[in-house]
Design a protein around this ligand. Structure first.
Ligand code: COA
Length: 150
């Protein structure tokens, strides 16, 4: 029997079994990380949560909350050792497809004003600033609200 070739990159639904690994990455990736419980709650709330694998290894994840015609990007993270080689953009592009498939016409997100890689990724992929929430992150740092038509 010949082996069926698998795509190198796959986006698959996040399961509770993934949460320990995801949350370990999250703790090192964000100054105000989601807790393990935040991921479990998010899955149980029915958010659209995904893990991104390259040749089977977990290289990133993303979480969307889709309402009637809008999707909010709640989290997108690539593991540090795999950054700046296009995976974040590929993951974001696949999340656009997921959001469109749910009928969303616009994607919204909040990003820390000091998150240069996040801001660069979002600008590169067509997001524009539509507002700012002062001291949104633990009373310390502003959030920039961005949006992009899908
Ligand atoms: C933001 C993040 C997901 C980007 O992932 P990535 O795999 O490095 O992104 P890519 O390699 O696909 O880069 C896509 C674009 O983003 C921009 N970018 C990404 N990292 C950058 C950096 N460190 N500095 C400047 N621009 C950057 C570039 O414009 C790049 O496009 P280009 O290569 O054509 O110039 C990743 O840095 C990360 O996980 N950061 C920690 C978590 C986080 O802050 N998430 C976003 C807010 S929730």
């Amino acid at each position: 029997m010949s082996a069926v070739p698998k795509p190198m990159l796959e986006l698959v639904p996040m399961r509770e079994a993934d949460v320990d690994a995801v949350s370990a990455i999250e703790q090192g990736a964000h100054p105000f990380p989601w807790t393990r419980g935040n991921f479990v709650d998010s899955l149980r709330a029915g958010h659209s949560a995904w893990v991104f694998r390259e040749a089977g290894a977990l290289v990133g994840y993303g979480v969307l909350m889709v309402t009637v015609d809008e999707a909010e990007l709640l989290d997108i993270t690539v593991v540090p050792e795999c950054r700046q080689r296009g995976l974040g953009g590929t993951l974001l592009g696949q999340l656009f497809e997921v959001a469109r498939s749910h009928g969303a016409q616009r994607m919204l997100l909040e990003v820390r004003a000091g998150n240069e890689s996040g801001l660069a990724l979002y600008r590169r992929f067509g997001f524009a600033e539509i507002g700012r929430r002062r001291a949104y992150y633990h009373g310390k740092e502003d959030a920039i609200v961005m949006a992009r038509e899908l």
